[in-house]
Design a protein around this ligand. Structure first.
Ligand SMILES: Cc1cc2nc3c(=O)[nH]c(=O)nc-3n(C[C@H](O)[C@H](O)[C@H](O)COP(=O)(O)OP(=O)(O)OC[C@H]3O[C@@H](n4cnc5c(N)ncnc54)[C@H](O)[C@@H]3O)c2cc1C
Length: 405
């Protein structure tokens, strides 16, 4: 067993660190969080660094990289923007263009992937509806056949990237899940839905941006579709295959979510260490000399290392899955475990860091709360609720005949 990533991945990480320092360092990530907008030039900067559509095939305009590489990218982006906004942008614009390139019409996929890779287009996932996100098989949005096209009617809520897709950039869309058949998961289809193309918004599409409590740089919004036309060529994976297509994307996306969370948590842990050395109390003693402080840092380190190993294991499993060497169950098991562990760990490290910093951490003098709120988004549901991760692990470990929803 060898725990080193090897010279190529280490070099990739090093050069990415330098690029991200220029793009987001010097407090730039805080300005983005404070302004509540991820500027187009930052998105193009991510494209220039090669972290968008990194896992998509080169012949479609992607970078042809692997999932371990993408996990390292997400980890580094999470470290350099612990508010998580830039990491959310990065991870969505890997997992979902990848699914499109695997199951979509190659001409449609090519047009989207090449733009995503250059940072000219956002492409995420539109699954969640007001009636509840966990029950994907219960989706109500309908796609009705209309000649060679479909007309889509329904509402999607809590959708990441609405402003980026429909305002900031000239091109934007989502892998959108809609019902083309009867009840249950077999009635669902997936579409490469473009809400904006060449600066023009799709007819019949309305949207609004939700006022979120954190990760302000990337928007979370609502899409209302009233007969929006989607050409038949944009069906992904065939009619009735939408659930299966999406259920391949979620575990892959969750690995990058987990990676981004451990990156952000590493940043928080460094702040805790720094503060514990510098803050002096009780006759000039650094607070690090009190075990109540140093032990919580020690525990955070151990938890973070455990989570990181699980994330790399999940990313390695994803690479094997894509090559046909690992089963979907294995992918699900490691991806759900990595998301469960990394998000819980990251949130508790942010909490511990805020406690170590003390009262001033409750003000904007210190930026740790931005990371606490970023990781919280994944604790309350983004990319799948934590209970759903436990369900997936239990189902694939114990057996589908025992663990059912
Ligand atoms: C910041 C943010 C960004 C998001 N971005 C996107 C996006 O880009 N695209 C998208 O489609 N969605 C997105 N989501 C939505 C996200 O996928 C949902 O929040 C998630 O799937 C949970 O759905 P819900 O919030 O409706 O909660 P519900 O599904 O209503 O669940 C509520 C609670 O019940 C629990 N629960 C539900 N079912 C079970 C069960 N069977 N057993 C035990 N417990 C259960 C859940 O764990 C949760 O705690 C985003 C969410 C957030 C917060």
């Amino acid at each position: 067993m060898d725990f080193s990533l090897g010279p190529d991945l280490e070099l990739f990480r090093e050069s990415l660190r330098r690029g991200l320092e220029k793009l987001l360092g010097g407090g730039r990530w805080v300005e983005i969080d404070e302004a509540g907008v991820l500027p187009a030039e930052t998105i193009r900067g991510l494209g220039s660094l090669g972290v968008l559509a990194l896992v998509c095939p080169e012949d479609l305009g992607g970078q042809g990289g692997g999932w371990l590489e993408a996990a390292i990218a997400a980890e580094e982006v999470g470290y350099h923007d612990p508010s998580m906004s830039t990491a959310v942008y990065t991870l969505l614009n890997n997992a979902w263009p990848f699914i499109l390139s695997r199951h979509g019409n190659p001409d449609v996929a090519g047009g989207i992937v090449e733009r995503v890779a250059r940072g000219e287009m956002f492409f995420g996932i539109a699954s969640t509806e007001p009636s509840g996100g966990s029950d994907v098989a219960g989706i109500k949005t309908r796609a009705e056949r209309d000649g060679d096209s479909y007309r889509v009617y329904g509402e999607k809520i809590l959708i990441s990237g609405v402003r980026e897709a429909l305002e900031t950039l000239d091109y934007g869309g989502w892998l959108l899940l809609a019902r083309t058949g009867g009840e249950g998961h077999r009635g669902l289809s997936a579409f490469a839905f473009t809400g904006k193309w060449g600066g023009r918004l799709a007819d019949g599409l309305e949207y609004s941006i939700l006022d979120t409590i954190g990760r302000h740089g990337i928007s979370t919004g609502i899409l209302r579709l009233d007969g929006v036309e989607v050409p038949g060529s944009r069906l992904v994976g065939g009619e009735g295959r939408g659930f299966y297509v999406a259920m391949e994307g979620f575990p892959l996306a969750r690995i990058l979510v987990a990676a981004a969370n451990i990156g952000a948590a590493k940043w928080a842990l460094e702040r805790a260490v720094e503060w514990s050395r510098e803050r002096r109390l009780f006759g000039g003693r650094p607070i690090a000399s009190f075990q109540g402080v140093s032990f919580s840092i020690a525990e955070a380190f151990a938890e973070l290392e455990a989570a990181r190993l699980l994330v790399y294991r999940a990313a390695w499993t994803a690479d094997r899955y894509v090559r046909g060497e690992a089963s979907r169950e294995e992918l699900n098991l490691y991806s759900a475990s990595a998301k469960l562990k990394a998000v819980d760990t990251a949130f508790s490290i942010f909490q511990a860091t805020m406690k170590i910093i003390g009262g001033i951490s409750f003000t904007k003098e210190v930026d740790v709360h931005r990371g606490l709120l970023g990781t919280l988004s994944y604790l309350v549901g983004a990319e799948g609720a934590q209970n759903i991760m436990k369900y997936i692990i239990a189902r694939d470990l114990i057996g589908r005949e025992y663990v059912k929803l």
